[in-house]
Design a protein around this ligand. Sequence first.
Ligand SMILES: Cc1cc2nc3c(=O)[nH]c(=O)nc-3n(C[C@H](O)[C@H](O)[C@H](O)COP(=O)(O)O)c2cc1C
Ligand code: SF4
Ligand code: FES
Length: 559
Amino acid sequence: MIFDDLRAIQAHYGYLPGEQLESLSKRTNIPLYRIHGVADFYPHFHLKPPPKVNIRVCTDMSCHLRGADALETGLKHRFQGMSSGDLFIGECSCLGQCDGAPAISINDHYYRSMTEAEAEALVLTALGGGDLPHLAAQTTTQPLASDPYAGGEKYGALRRLIQTRDWDGTIAQLKASGLPGLGGAGFVTGMKWELVRKAHGDEKYVVCNADESEPGTIKDRFILENLPNLVIEGMIIAAVVTGAQKGFLYIRHEYQAQEHILQHEIDECYREGLLGPSILGSDLGFELEIFVSPGGYICGEESALIEAIEGKRAEPRNKPPFPVTHGVFNKPTALNNVETFANVPQILVNGVDWYKAQGQGGAAGLKFVGVSGDVEAPGIFEIPMGLPMSEVIYNYAGGMVGGKALKAFAPSGPSSGYLPASKVDVHLDFKSLAAEGSMLGSGAIVVCAEGRCMLDMALNAVRFFRNESCGKCVPCRMGSQKMVDILTAWTHGKGTTADLELIDELTEALKLTSICGLGQFAHSPLSSVLLHFRDEVEAHITHKHCPEGVCPMREERAV
Ligand SMILES: Cc1cc2nc3c(=O)[nH]c(=O)nc-3n(C[C@H](O)[C@H](O)[C@H](O)COP(=O)(O)O)c2cc1C
Ligand code: SF4
Ligand code: FES
């Protein structure tokens, strides 16, 4: 596997020296241009020697709201004058610690809720050659209603299924529950598994998508930490039901603590005969391995993720065909989100009626949501699907920070766009949020208090898409950059009303011609702000004035 080789070289040299890539090419018969193309694509690989201390401050939505910019500026000021070989301070995309914002990384070690003094102490340790501490998992002692085994024997649904071999009945039960895919798209899981089961061929795969890299999205991290057995059980059940023999649990590389927890659980499953060539002594086998992502938000898009597993650049494929028939190595593949898999044993143990009764107002099931930004108690919460947003913000997340008024919230990170405070009673389910022109997505709630400039928040979110565009299609690659340029100009008092027409054209082009969801939704933060906060945006363009006093406006900065 090309990534294993690249990782081994990087572990030894600290980066990927050209001559090592050449000798890898000779050894493996993989053309050098292909090795280079892969190494160059992923942020995790370095083609040049990195500085001794590489500091990255996450500046995406949740961290932007909780002081990331000041932290970055403060650290740059504190360490100014140091040589670039010794120290580099830059920005990075969401690190999956949005409830502990601002988050930073130092030499691939991750830290939450950083103050400048804490970050400085860690940097000094790294500069002095000391060992940096690893971030521990945030496990909870709270009982979780999602756990059907609480305290009892685990893997009960799987044990029963191996005895009954009722594959069709399992799919029927999942379909009856209506369990939607919880990675964002909401495709009915029972239908997906049925398509894989019916797909021709003996070689099939199960893949769990634990890439979770969109700002605000942290709920899978919590599930991996606290209910890893349910995720693995869901994957094994998917395998026996669809006829797959091999599985990959694809996890973002920043989730090191979670990876260890999962590996421990997988090892235990092998010891207990729940994984391996003969599950519980049956004629059914399933091998499961963890695949650590080499990085990048685009890797979460299912076909890009599959390309990465195949050792290629994570560029999304044109669809159709879909992974259910043409997935890993073009074989039928059941690919689901962490939370989707974790729901399967719940439904099989507790029943469809129980599952439906967990939701509210016609919605079914429980939902994990992450809440970050301007709330008193950011965190990950288990809620009934269909709960009003107001309850989540005020009862679960401790209310608004410092007792401020709510101004806006993103129900699911940048993709969902922002809704105004007047919509705070919207119910958290697929239908209700779609009716408001937003989406439930991955349950990544980011909250903005009074005083926040919504143009600034739109720019921050569009910049994330620009940074993470894989570059495969021109409209997304160029269009997201153009959008950032225009919004940056607006925040500097350099906009004209003609820009608004250009933005409409760009939005249409992105929606219609982008291959994947990243490009298709890159306009959402801006579109939503133009819809709900148009006066505020127009004040920047027409009056060269930021009503909240947040944007740099006339400050002479490079645009
Ligand atoms: C740019 C992009 C990033 C995505 N990231 C994730 C992710 O991190 N986790 C995830 O489960 N789904 C992600 N998705 C959705 C997946 O493509 C896919 O729909 C999902 O994993 C299917 O699982 P589900 O049916 O259980 O939701 C992403 C989609 C796009 C377009
Ligand atoms: S829409 Fe953007 S991220 Fe998606 S394939 Fe095209 S360039 Fe890549
Ligand atoms: S860790 Fe910074 S936005 Fe997620």
